[in-house]
Design a protein around this ligand. Structure first.
Ligand code: MSP
Length: 509
């Protein structure tokens, strides 16, 4: 059985979850559900990044100790993922004993590798980014472009990681598929950005802090804590037993896919691989950076007061539609914009009208004309039947190719096109007219409709696990038959459709 280890970033718990976090997590969930249904042994990891100056400051602002504060916020993440039917197999918290012990074991290996030394760091630190910024990165008025705050001058004696020793090896690993430690970066535009930056050369990085107490102490110098980014990256191995469950670790590492948005790609494609190379571990197979979205054309931010939580989205559109709407609004690899108005119109157009009506009228007709019993495959097929069967028969392959490339809109567009095509088939074949005179023909038409809906339902399962399951149940398809993705693959279905139930009720406006 093929293995598939997929991760999301671990999210900062300085604030509650929002739909930006949900975007990546839902994408990872769709892939996990898809590959699981395909028979792969999937391990889907998400979690929370709980240490560092930013989280400590948020706790202080609330008058809580960091641990009490993170315990509170983490529940919001866990329940947001539950609300969105996220099927993660495990969840890592960086304040957990497991992560702390694993990170210390990793750090000790790094220290023993000889790539760690003591030095002085002088620079400008942005707590919002949790990283040093260079002068050219700042705005003309000297602010961090992402946080619109001046970074703080910082000078300290810290421990350093000799990142500069790995530049050539990382360049080769990214650009040459035959190189040792090869990994891919997608989309290719992002890969080229990283390669361009790498060619400018690498500087060593400071990996510890004297002044940040809320962190993991370095095992060889307990007066310093590990720099939050270095510690956070290690979650991908500590969560699967790097130090305490060798068997699981060796089974799943290296990860098949690290998923994230573009702003943290450098950490994942340069610093993380170098850390792994330094201690002789394989690098992840693929790192994918999707785009960033704005809400009504503006960055979501607390100061603008326009942050939407996953729970608000689910209250408005339901779990499954929220998942679908997030991933089908704009292509995954590029930046985009979303708005709740456009979500509402696509909810009505794609889901309530096109898909909902197709299911509703099909189930109604099987009940009305055939007493609820799904017809068997007809001996003869009309040209329209054949065209529909071909279109529906191609769907599973199109979705597979799209999801293998993380083209979620490619998959949802193909499903949507099949739904529209099927609605047109109903309009052209007019089963309500045929039913008056020709039972065999109406039976054949309804067979084609049910079979097409079955194929559509199967492809929708990873996106809309609850509603797609309801669709399949309504047309009488047992769970076992749901796995058969080819045309004509449901010989053993129950043959009884249910009373129709609206999949996507119209929204209150
Ligand atoms: N804690 C670090 C990650 C460490 S991973 C070892 C971090 N956390 S974060 O809470 O800021 O989450 C950033 C991630 O949230 C992005 O990479 C992306 O996955 C997701 N997104 C947050 N806002 C988003 C948008 N507006 N649009 C798309 N993705 C968004 O960075």
């Amino acid at each position: 059985m093929s293995r598939y280890y997929i991760t999301t970033p671990i999210y900062y718990v300085n604030d509650v979850p929002h739909i930006g976090h949900a975007y990546t997590t839902v994408a990872a969930d769709v892939l996990s559900r898809y590959y699981r249904a395909d028979g792969a042994d999937v391990l889907f990891l998400t979690g929370t990044d709980e240490h560092g100056a930013k989280v400590a400051a948020a706790a202080e602002a609330r008058g809580e100790s960091p641990q009490v504060f993170v315990d509170l916020i983490v529940d919001r993440f866990i329940s947001a993922w539950k609300d969105l039917s996220i099927s993660n197999d495990t969840f890592i918290r960086t304040s957990s004993d497991r992560h702390k012990a694993g990170a210390q074991a990793f750090l000790m290996r790094l220290y023993d590798s000889g790539y760690i030394y003591k030095g002085v760091y002088d620079g400008l630190y942005c707590v919002g980014c949790e990283r040093f910024l260079t002068e050219p990165e700042l705005t003309s008025s000297g602010l961090c472009p992402d946080h619109q705050r001046a970074p703080v001058p910082y000078s300290e004696e810290n421990w350093f990681f000799r990142l500069s020793a790995f530049g050539d090896q990382i360049l080769r690993a990214i650009s040459n598929p035959k190189a040792e430690h090869h990994f891919s970066i997608e989309p290719s535009a992002r890969k080229n950005e990283i390669l361009g930056k790498l060619r400018l050369g690498l500087q060593d990085i400071s990996i510890s802090r004297k002044t940040v107490e809320w962190g993991i102490p370095l095992p060889w110098d307990r007066t310093q804590t590990c720099y939050v980014w270095v510690e956070a990256l290690m979650n991908y191995v500590t969560a699967i037993g790097y130090h305490d469950d060798r068997e699981t670790f060796l089974k799943y590492w290296p990860a098949d896919l690290h998923l994230m948005a573009k702003e943290i790609l450098w950490f994942h494609t340069v610093i993380w691989p170098a850390m792994l190379m330094a201690i002789g571990l394989p690098t992840p197979k693929k790192v994918y950076a999707h785009g960033f979205f704005t809400l009504n054309g503006r960055k979501m931010s607390k100061s603008l007061g326009n942050v939407v939580s996953p729970t608000e989205l689910v209250e408005r559109f339901g779990v499954d539609a929220s998942r679908y709407l997030l991933l089908s609004e704009f292509p995954f690899g590029i930046d985009g914009n979303i708005s709740l108005d456009s979500f509402a119109s696509r909810y009505h157009a794609d889901l309530a009208n096109d898909l909902g009506n197709l299911l509703n009228r099909t189930v109604n007709m099987v009940n009305r004309y055939l007493d609820g019993a799904c017809p068997a495959a007809p001996a003869e097929r009309s040209p329209e039947d054949r065209i529909l069967a071909d279109v529906a028969g191609d769907l599973s392959q199109t979705v597979r190719l799209a999801l293998d490339r993380l083209e979620f809109t490619g998959a949802t567009d193909a499903i949507r096109a099949t739904v529209s095509r099927t609605n047109r088939y109903v309009d052209v074949t007019q089963p309500w007219v045929v039913a008056r005179t020709d039972r065999a023909r109406v039976s054949a038409i309804l067979y084609h409709l049910i079979e097409t809906l079955r194929l559509i339902g199967i492809e929708l399962l990873p996106f809309m696990p609850n509603r797609a399951a309801s669709l399949l149940t309504q047309i009488g398809v047992p769970a076992a038959a749901a796995g058969t993705r080819t045309w004509g693959g449901f010989a053993d279905w129950s043959r009884v459709v249910q009373r129709p139930e609206p999949l996507f009720p119209r929204l209150d406006t």
